[in-house]
Design a protein around this ligand. Structure first.
Ligand SMILES: [Zn+2]
Ligand SMILES: [Zn+2]
Length: 133
């Protein structure tokens, strides 16, 4: 399967704006302790932990993400199963949504990088258009 198949097209759950730009998803990020604020570009590839930002994000710190278009918070009421930090959520253009942990360094931080196996397979199928047998 080629890497480009795992590129996720996401949109804002609040305003519906397309947020994937090339290989990145630029979001407004604020460190939860108030020490920094900048654009944080998450990798749009499924399960990829890479991100680009000017901010120094210490491992273990929590970020509050918001939509760069409507400025609404993307944090949802669920918490990460691995570290209890708040989760943020983006809508997938193909349907459903993808949640990610807001704590840097958590294994749930990558988009789609956390969840049970069945959910992961379902998500991959949705992204790659693989039919369900
Ligand atoms: Zn928005
Ligand atoms: Zn976590």
């Amino acid at each position: 399967m080629s890497k480009s198949l795992l590129l996720m097209e996401v949109s804002c759950p609040k305003c519906g704006a397309d947020l994937t730009e090339g290989e990145y998803i630029p979001l407004d990020g604020v460190l939860a302790d108030g020490t920094g604020h900048s654009v944080v570009k998450l990798s749009a590839y499924f399960g990829d932990y890479n991100l680009e930002t000017d901010l120094k994000i210490p491992d273990g710190s929590i970020m509050n993400f918001s939509c760069p278009k409507c400025e609404e918070s993307l944090t949802i009421s669920s918490t990460c199963g691995a570290c209890q930090a708040p989760l943020a959520s983006l809508d997938l253009k193909k349907g459903g949504h993808v949640d990610f942990c807001t704590r840097r360094g958590c294994r749930g931080h990558a988009l789609g990088g956390f969840g049970d196996v069945n959910q992961m397979i379902e998500l991959i199928n949705r992204i790659t258009d693989t039919p369900n047998y």
